[in-house]
Design a protein around this ligand. Structure first.
Ligand SMILES: Cc1cc2nc3c(=O)[nH]c(=O)nc-3n(C[C@H](O)[C@H](O)[C@H](O)COP(=O)(O)O)c2cc1C
Length: 268
């Protein structure tokens, strides 16, 4: 074989190897997307938790209502930070205990945030990139899972509930049941994990209310479809979708009205 032929053969082999490497990398990417969890790895550190509202707990309870109509206004990043922290954040660093109680501190909940186009305002009029993010309580940050505005897909997985599409942000609470059932067996599955989602959900309601937002606990959806939209890991089961946004008509309760109602009932 001449030198020229050898060089041509070597070139051909290199080109073939490059093609094989490309095909393998494409297959990997597709496989990862199908198998869920193909994060780009970008991390957004959320503003640190702090005292931020003037509303008392009793006022937040009084004014809490399920809200299903939202304006086009975004959430402020600082507020998203407080809503996530109040439900899932670390409150006792020494023992890594968190804002919501957990059976045996097994912490089965994993949290995704579906951010719409211009859904979260960062300081200076910039916006967080639309996409699906995952919350990390240990660094109080959200990590990019995938880019794009997935609100319509999420709403369609939730039987077309428009408020899921309309809200600038939806928090999707999933559970890894195994973390709790490993310790408590079936009781963990039918009682403890669902109870824990309720605790977290109520904190999201109350913190959202105190910050001037509204939310609604959405439990009606196709589990598999929601898991696909957020690219959940295989062992993460979605339990609640909580769309959060500025209410079109904020609800305001009244202690006087509640008092009158209770006194009338006492009179019989
Ligand atoms: C487990 C659970 C599932 C729910 N699922 C939905 C839902 O899929 N869609 C919805 O619009 N509201 C849903 N809700 C909200 C209830 O409809 C709401 O809490 C109820 O009407 C009482 O109103 P309030 O929350 O304003 O007090 C759900 C609430 C709970 C606790």
């Amino acid at each position: 074989m001449s030198r020229l032929e050898l060089a041509a053969l070597a070139g051909l082999i290199v080109a073939l190897l490059a093609l094989v490497a490309y095909v393998i990398s494409m297959a990997r990417e597709e496989g990862a997307a199908g198998a869920y969890n193909s994060p780009t790895g970008e991390v957004v550190h959320l503003p640190l938790p702090r005292k931020i509202t003037e509303m008392s707990v009793e006022e937040a309870v009084l004014h809490r209502r399920s809200i299903r109509e939202f304006t086009a206004d975004p959430l402020k990043l600082e507020h998203l930070s407080m809503i996530l922290w109040s439900a899932f954040g670390i409150t006792e660093p020494r023992r890594e205990l968190r804002a919501s109680p957990s059976a045996g501190a097994t912490y089965p909940l994993e949290v995704y945030v579906v951010v719409g186009e211009r859904g979260v305002e960062v300081k200076g009029g910039a916006y967080l990139e639309a996409g699906v993010y995952k919350y990390d309580p240990f660094t109080h940050s959200i990590k990019f899972v995938k880019k794009g505005d997935f609100r319509r897909d999420l709403a369609s997985a939730a039987l077309g509930q428009e408020w899921v599409e309309e809200a600038p942000v939806s928090i999707v609470i999933c559970a890894v049941f195994e973390r709790t059932t490993r310790v408590y067996g079936r009781r963990g599955e039918v009682r403890y994990v669902p109870m824990e989602v309720g605790h977290a959900g109520q904190s999201i309601y109350l913190m959202s209310t105190a910050l001037g937002y509204g939310t609604v606990a959405v439990g009606a959806f196709y589990d598999e479809q929601v898991a696909r939209v957020i690219s959940a890991a295989r062992d993460e089961v979605p339990l609640y979708i909580m769309p959060v946004g500025v209410p079109r008509r904020p609800y305001r309760g009244s202690f006087e009205e509640v008092g009158r109602y209770l006194e009338a009932n006492r009179r019989g």
